[in-house]
Design a protein around this ligand. Structure first.
Ligand code: HEC
Ligand code: HEC
Ligand code: HEC
Ligand code: HEC
Ligand code: HEC
Length: 177
């Protein structure tokens, strides 16, 4: 009898803890697994500040798939070499790019942003609704080294979806498999 009671208490306790946990997450009371400010070292010191800030290159020039697919994607060496076969050829970094290009290799960029596997995210839905890159990624055009500007927490996503002007879905399956 007491054994059963103990068992029941444990089950109820676990259920209570789980719903409290879900509530806290949904209401942005706790934020877990965030890497805000994450700025990994990159194999080539590519500067967004130089290319987009100083030279005014549009984000879409290199991340064109953001408008049409889930991923914004990282440009291939072809995109870089359209300039760097002639620009700054004396730089050791550009020589590394050129070597990789002729060897048919790609640059192993370190990923900056990474949502957990159980989350669905889609760039195109956001770009088509008129959300700008900077809203989520911050002032990338003034970053010499790009870093994770937002928390990417569930509360962060949900808070924006909740705004009446965004009229974005809030059910769990919108963002979870
Ligand atoms: C000349 C090409 C080029 C342009 C223009 C460019 N980017 Fe990038 N972007 C890259 C490359 C290459 C990387 C991977 C290296 C790195 O992380 O620095 C990258 C990485 C990123 C990342 C991090 C990706 C990750 O790993 O999570 C974000 C966010 C980003 N760019 C946003 C932007 C935004 C916003 C703009 C416009 C202001 C822009 N980029 C313009 C080439 C470009
Ligand atoms: C609503 C917020 C939001 C907007 C707007 C947004 N991004 Fe992202 N971006 C993210 C998130 C979240 C990730 C991480 C996705 C993942 O891990 O699956 C990401 C990842 C990236 C990456 C890494 C490669 C990839 O696709 O996973 C690049 C590059 C990038 N974004 C560039 C851009 C550019 C350029 C724009 C504007 C055209 C843009 N983003 C607009 C939230 C956003
Ligand atoms: C539209 C032309 C253009 C494209 C495309 C372009 N760049 Fe550049 N890049 C430049 C210019 C201009 C400079 C400044 C050169 C200088 O200061 O002499 C530069 C400078 C650089 C430098 C610094 C070189 C040094 O040592 O001073 C690196 C590294 C670099 N780019 C990497 C890349 C990568 C990687 C890509 C592809 C993702 C890329 N660039 C695409 C025009 C471009
Ligand atoms: C700055 C505001 C903002 C942020 C931050 C944001 N979203 Fe969105 N999201 C929107 C808007 C606006 C839409 C488009 C709503 C519409 O018009 O259908 C949208 C749509 C979506 C859709 C497509 C829904 C559908 O079925 O059409 C998914 C999936 C999504 N968001 C996931 C996420 C995730 C995951 C995050 C956090 C990593 C996030 N969003 C962060 C504003 C935002
Ligand atoms: C607008 C997008 C969005 C919606 C809607 C959403 N989530 Fe999430 N959720 C996320 C993101 C992004 C993460 C990963 C970041 C984090 O853990 O904060 C996450 C993480 C979680 C986690 C944590 C899993 C872990 O790693 O431990 C749980 C549990 C969860 N969500 C449950 C829910 C439930 C239940 C709902 C419906 C009430 C819901 N989510 C609706 C975006 C969303």
């Amino acid at each position: 009898m007491t054994k059963k009671l103990v068992g029941l208490t444990i089950v109820l306790g676990a259920l209570g803890a789980l719903s409290l946990f879900t509530y806290a997450l949904t209401q942005n009371k706790i934020v877990i697994g965030y890497n805000q400010g994450y700025m990994p070292d990159q194999p080539i010191p590519f500067s967004h500040e130089l290319h987009s800030g100083q030279y005014g290159m549009d984000c879409a020039f290199c991340h064109s798939s953001a408008e049409v697919s889930r991923h914004a994607s990282i440009p291939s060496l072809n995109v870089c070499m359209s300039c760097h076969l002639v620009v700054a050829t004396q730089s050791e970094h550009i020589q590394k790019l050129t070597q990789a290009y002729y060897a048919g290799q790609s640059i192993a960029w370190e990923k900056v942003h990474l949502l957990p596997d159980h989350v669905k995210f889609d760039h195109s839905a956001h770009i088509q609704a008129g959300t700008s890159c900077n809203t989520c990624h911050g002032p990338v055009e003034s970053m010499p080294v790009v870093y994770q500007w937002s928390s990417l927490s569930m509360g962060w996503c949900v808070n924006c979806h909740r705004q009446p002007e965004h009229n974005a879905p809030l059910n769990c399956t919108t963002c979870h498999y």
